[in-house]
Design a protein around this ligand. Structure first.
Ligand SMILES: Nc1ncnc2c1ncn2[C@@H]1O[C@H](COP(=O)(O)OP(=O)(O)O)[C@@H](O)[C@H]1O
Ligand SMILES: [Mg+2]
Length: 314
């Protein structure tokens, strides 16, 4: 079966192919004989009832410095594609939200992965709050008195932006830290929205585990261990990927959240677990596919295409 696929992503010339999950998906699509077209979010438009984009045929190659070839641009109705991969990276801002509104017009006639309306409804650090019993104690607020009370109760805390990514502005505040007041002021002028206050999990030094679920089923995992001089496990912050298995608790977490993910059309999801506590459910543009495979794990890109192909058949 050959599908017409469009990928909505950030400029392909700038991606790091060694770690990029979108690139892994594109290599697999090409190998399966699907025809892939490429566009960046700024080429997507809505005129009357028609969602369209200026797209270019794309060929990919797993070679640094020579990883893509683009053909002639043409204006295409999104409805002509069987599948659109919604893969631009956060920030999850109004630009991002607007593309989900546009793509929502085309879905499900064109299968958008992940479902754009559901992506819009599930910001990573907000969606996860539907499962408070799986999480560390967490408060979403910008109210000083609420944060002080939470800090008095839990001692060591972490403060981080609600729409942060890649470890941006993640701070640990020990119980006695006198910088709290200034950090509060800095957050209050920097962010218009509420932010995340969370109990600090000391076991983060052993890693923050990325677990990938495909259509609600466990598909692969990679542990990310922070550098000795940093709190943050994100690979862009120097975290090291390590081979891993799931603990019993992590299997329970997958079993709990798998069915709601499947129901919502969130086909490719990455959850983050520190010390058995769920902290994020990434649905916008999850990563980890290449790290899992490089460490000898399953081929998640193949699992994702198996699912997409099965859905397009029915
Ligand atoms: N509650 C916490 N306890 C300990 N470390 C944390 C906590 N929250 C975040 N971190 C560290 O900061 C990193 C980034 O935080 P995260 O919540 O995953 O946001 P991001 O979206 O930026 O990845 C995590 O991978 C982890 O290393
Ligand atoms: Mg994270």
């Amino acid at each position: 079966m050959s599908l017409k696929v469009a990928v909505q992503m950030d400029p392909i010339e700038r991606i790091n192919i060694r770690g990029d999950s979108t690139f892994a998906l594109l290599l697999e699509a090409q190998q399966r004989g699907h025809a892939v077209s490429y566009y960046t979010p700024d080429r997507l438009a809505l005129r009357g009832g028609e969602v369209f984009a200026t797209v270019q045929p794309l060929q990919v190659r797993d070679q640094l410095g020579d990883h893509f070839k683009l053909g002639e641009p043409r204006r295409a109705d999104i409805a002509e594609f069987d599948v659109v991969l919604l893969r631009q990276d956060p920030p999850f801002d109004l630009a991002y939200i607007t593309t989900t509104h546009l793509l929502e017009r085309a879905h499900p006639g064109t299968l958008v992965v992940n479902d754009p309306a559901q992506v819009r409804n599930a910001p990573e650090k907000m969606f996860v709050m539907e499962f408070p019993d799986l999480m560390p104690p967490t408060l979403i607020t910008r109210d000083l008195a609420e944060i002080k009370a939470f800090r008095a109760e839990h001692g060591d805390i972490v403060m981080k932006p609600l729409y942060g990514k890649g470890g941006e502005a993640v701070f640990r505040l020990a119980r006695e830290d006198l910088n709290f007041g200034s950090l509060y002021d800095l957050f209050a002028v920097t962010f218009r929205e509420q932010w995340v206050v969370q109990k600090f999990l000391p076991a983060v030094k052993d890693g923050d585990k990325r677990i990938i679920l495909v259509d609600g089923e466990f598909a692969g995992a990679v542990n990310r261990v922070p550098a000795p001089d940093d709190l943050r496990s994100n690979m862009v912050r120097g975290g090291t990927p390590k081979e891993t298995d799931l603990t019993t608790r992590e299997r329970e977490i997958c079993a709990r959240i798998g069915p709601p993910l499947r129901e919502r059309g969130l086909l490719f999801v990455g959850i983050d677990v520190i010390d058995g506590y769920l902290t994020e459910i990434n649905v916008t543009s999850p990563t980890g596919i290449r790290a899992v495979k490089n460490l000898g794990g399953p081929d998640v890109a193949a699992l994702i295409w198996d699912k997409i192909e099965a859905k397009r058949k029915t």
